[in-house]
Design a protein around this ligand. Sequence first.
Ligand code: SAM
Length: 662
Amino acid sequence: MVDRQIAARGVRNERVLNAMRTVPREEFVAGRMREFAYEDSPLPIEEGQTISQPYIVAVMAEALDLRPTDRVLEVGAGSGYAACVLSRIAAEVFAIERWEQLAQLAQERADRLGYDNVRVLCGDGTRGWAEHAPFDAIAVAAGGPEVPQSLLEQLAIGGRLVIPVGKDARTQELLHIRRTGEHAFDRKSLGAVRFVPLIGSEGWLADGTPAPTRRAAPQVAAARATRTDVSQVVRESCEPFDDLEFADLAPLLDRIGDSRVVLIGEASHGTREFYRMRARITQALIEQRGFDVVAIEGDWPDTETVDRYVRGRSGPDLRSMAYSRFPTWMWRNRTTREFVDWLKEHNDAIAEPAAKVSMHGLDLYSLDNSIGAVLAYLDEVDPVAARAAQVRYSCFSPWETDPAVYGRAAVSGRLPSCEAHVVATLKDLLQRRLDYIERIAKDGERFFDAEQNARVVRDAEHYYRTMYYGAADSWNLRDQHMFETLQMVLAHRGPESRAIVWAHNSHVGDARATEMSARGELNIGQLVRESYGDRCYVIGFGTDHGTVAAASNWNEPLEFKTVRPSHERSYERVCLDSGRPAFLLPLRTPHRDDLRDVLAEPRLERAIGVIYRPETELLSHYFQAVLPMQFDEYVWFEETNAIEPIEAHEVQGVPETYPFGV
Ligand code: SAM
């Protein structure tokens, strides 16, 4: 549980991970629930309450940043599990639970397990435990309407408080508050969560209404503009359109100006309007502004076949059909195909090969195909080197098609790592660059393709090992790879080249403006901004409701799902309330001066990837962001429709080289 569900999702603090390894969770649930004790989910306990999800316990414990000498207050002891975990990291834990039976059971469990630094009290935890205050850290395991004033007062200076707070009793934002002075508190969000309600004199009343605020806490109350005000400002700042096919893009092109890189996002991997608008903007940039590179969140070798098609180049076949790996619909869809066909026509009218627009894949999930491509190239230019590379790459067999298994085996030490082999192959290739390019007369493109594939193999090998160390590390490696690939492509296409990047909002929107940053994650949007400053332009997308093409789980079939109306605390709701069904919203140079200010308060934002789980939407798909820092422009569609995957009959009779053949 700890390695796969907690460390793998980004919890790094070794003392927290060790505590989670030592405290036996099955001792804290009733007999019939024990077999589920190591599932990463909350479980029912007595009095209709829950034992928290282990991952959340770990996230909260990590956020408290505990030292061995710390004294900790936990509000909402429940089963006593989290209190016992905290007791392994800190000096003393004082836990309060409002149900007598739960408080008693929690104390009994701690005593039985020999955790003698845990004390449980039955009472109203919203008022803290004044007798033992101040506390170095306070964890609240139930969601309140506000931060209880008593808890702020009982926090030592320098102390940390983690608490879910939300205006409705079932959904909250996990807040991290640090007391920096007598009357000063820093506050940040750790994301959206769902806890049982915090019921008490400074929480919710039993009838579900918030208890009267004991005393205002101006230090932590951010200045809030009401939603209606914000939506009105959006309404007056946006450029509305009725039909996306006719939306006027000229003002957007002016705002993009002389940017070298334009990153265009999407709020899901399966929404037709996002794909279509992105294609329209791209076509306009190519035709009117001379952009000559389209780089997508797709695999290099697969997109290389598309590039050969649109630029009329030849080359060897892939080991498998383009984009045949899950999630196939992400690129094998009708809207992408229409764009690719348009691009081919556009390029066909250009005589000079170097002036044609190229397409490239930035991702690193193509270990198998990339190995095949490197070997095929070497077979042609240097059969001796090909044999050496084959021996080196055989290190991966039989894992090539399931590299995650390789990663696990290499990390556990059951299999030697292939790192040295993949690095050596790339190095050899680069050393013989000139030689190879001269031998394959004037085909620098083929060498560049082989080189990029050798880089993919190197980075993929690293990626699959890193996956087992933590989600943040592997995410960063992937986005770093995308950024480096983009840089290689721009360098390859020359100093005048200009690129358009297509990837999910979560890759292109600056990570520093979202909760990703708190998890230690960066992304290609951030890296591009750091390198290009004002010479890049980032466009995000959003929607309120409609349908989306997505799976329920990884590797499961495509479904057409209904997208739920947006959350009331989200940016999407702000846009919906503007009353404009579709618009472009310039954020970098807004039409109303106050737009950036009114949008600056962090709000939720929805991200649907290839998986959509409407039933746990808040937890699975919403994250905290500051929209005007994340994007330079936002494109809004109130209602959207699922992307259409390419059906077999649509491509019957096309030439074998057609990249969307089946
Ligand atoms: N940390 C617990 C564990 O590890 O089992 C899980 C806590 S459960 C999600 C939340 C608990 O908070 C419930 O047991 C609930 O009775 C308790 N609670 C709610 N309001 C409270 C209050 N004002 N004071 C103390 N406990 C409270």
